[in-house]
Design a protein around this ligand. Structure first.
Ligand code: PGA
Length: 246
């Protein structure tokens, strides 16, 4: 059962989720525990990251006890490539916060042995005690992370082939479709479903149909986001346009 929360605008959604994250960090750090966050890239989480930075600067929220795992990375792009997700995260979040560098985990797009990199990534999540709260966007193919259709419910962190719809959608960031990698490393569906809480964010009319499918179609590999229906604590944060087809 997926819960929905309607927000008047992106900023209000960002404030609500950022507050939830700050509260979680505070409660856990009081009892000496770290907080494990699963993070996403793309344009959707940007207002959330801006709000987390504001809470750090203006409200004194510390992220020293936070451990992060990003969902995915393009194959072939290193940390200095402006379209790599490592670069995106440094620019839009990490360099503005006090998360210890050793606590940050993103699949390595340049790994010589991608299968080992993915297995190490899974092991690091387990060693951290699992993900407390996972942020997700949703692609028009129904992907979560880069789990394109078909992606099974028991899939793990692995190398994947990007859907052409996704490559075209993401080509706006690259300026040229030919520059968009064909492959990626992504956290698996099973890995995502093990997070204790999942907050998916979708804004705008372009997401309305896939939001409807994710919530209303029977769970299947052909729309990976439908697997979220099997999670006990998943909320879709939507604006009116994204909720339009529900
Ligand atoms: P977007 O991407 O935030 O740029 O819309 C979402 C996704 O592909 O998961």
């Amino acid at each position: 059962m997926i819960a929905t929360r309607l927000h008047p605008d992106k900023q209000t959604a960002a404030q609500a989720i950022a507050r939830e994250i700050a509260d979680l960090i505070e409660i856990r750090s009081k009892s000496g525990k770290s907080t494990v966050l699963g993070l996403a890239t793309g344009s959707t989480p940007l207002p959330l990251y801006a709000e987390l930075i504001r809470l750090h600067r203006e409200a004194g929220v510390s992220f020293r006890t936070v451990i992060t795992f990003n969902l995915d990375e393009y194959e072939g792009l290193g940390p200095t490539h402006p379209q790599s997700y490592r670069f995106f995260m440094e620019e839009n979040l990490f360099r503005h916060l006090d998360i210890p560098a050793a606590n940050i985990h993103i699949p390595d797009g340049l790994a010589n042995d991608p299968a080992k990199n993915c297995a190490d990534f899974e092991a690091a999540i387990r060693d951290a005690g699992g993900i407390d709260l996972q942020i997700l966007g949703i692609g028009r193919t129904g992907h979560i992370g880069f789990n394109e259709p078909p992606s099974a419910a028991d899939s793990r962190t692995r190398r994947v082939h990007l859907d052409e719809v996704t490559r075209r959608d993401n080509s706006v960031f690259f300026g040229d479709l030919d520059q968009v990698p064909h492959g990626a490393l992504t956290m698996g569906v099973a890995t995502i479903l093990e997070a204790r809480r999942i907050e998916l964010i979708a804004f705008g009319e372009a997401k309305a149909e896939i939001v409807r499918r994710a919530m209303q179609e029977a769970p299947s590999p052909s729309c990976p986001a439908t697997w979220l229906q099997q999670h006990p604590g998943c909320t879709f944060h939507l604006d009116a346009a994204a909720a339009k087809a529900l």
